[in-house]
Write a protein that binds this ligand. Structure first.
Ligand code: GAR
Length: 206
């Protein structure tokens, strides 16, 4: 089983979807070992505690620069023996040290159909505000690998969701979560765990 760390910043409904999927036996190749929150008030920490998973807080504000923050996150990931990293509503910036150390082993969920409404500045409710402003009729969610380009890594899964007349950003956000995010993320995590379990079993890791 692959050891998984989940990075969060807020409510943690995607984390909950992962924990529920695990409890239903849908992630047989992975186990959740640590939740790292970028804010001490993240409700995701309560969800982690309820599931008996260790939660730690690593706030960007506590570090002088991105390099120091990046190093602290890497140290925490290594300390818990994480082999796969999932960004589940992690709204802080992940630095190059972590990205390099976990090349192709960091998964992110984005609440739009990349390449629409993604990249710098597009996170959380802002993504749905932008989609409604542009007047798209279809949006959705994307699970992708993380590289140095914000929302620029290889796409693993996408699911489309209808935009309806009268939608507010909050209503649309909820529909995208229910119809896409909470379904895709557990599936993508299991898929990557199974893949990496095989890869890591070979001596050279390839
Ligand atoms: C989710 O919609 C997630 O896709 C989004 O933040 C929300 C977190 O909700 N992530 C991004 O916008 C990343 N660019 P949650 O804390 O309830 O999972």
């Amino acid at each position: 089983m692959l050891r998984i760390a989940v990075l969060v910043s807020g409510g943690g409904t995607n984390l909950q979807a992962l924990l529920d999927a695990k409890a239903r036996g849908e992630i047989p190749h992975g186990e959740f070992v640590r939740v790292i929150a970028s804010r001490p008030d993240a409700y995701a920490l309560t969800r982690a505690a309820s599931a008996g998973i260790e939660g730690v807080v690593i706030s960007r504000k506590s570090f002088a620069d991105l390099a120091a923050y990046d190093a602290a996150i890497l140290a925490s990931l290594q300390e818990c023996g994480a082999q796969l990293v999932v960004l589940a509503g992690f709204l802080s910036i992940l630095g190059p040290t972590v990205i390099h150390a976990y090349r192709d082993r960091i998964i992110n969920i984005h609440p739009a159909l990349i390449p629409s409404f993604c990249g710098k500045g597009y996170y959380g409710l802002r993504v749905h505000e932008a989609a409604l402003e542009r007047g798209v009729k279809v949006t959705g969610a994307t699970v992708h690998l993380v590289n140095e380009i914000p929302d620029g890594g290889r796409i693993l899964m996408q699911k489309a969701v209808e935009v309806k007349d009268g939608d507010t950003p909050e209503i649309l956000q909820r529909r995208v979560m229910e119809q896409a995010e909470w379904l895709l993320l557990p599936r993508a995590v299991e898929e990557q765990c199974a893949l990496w379990e095989t890869r890591l079993q070979t001596s050279d890791g390839r």
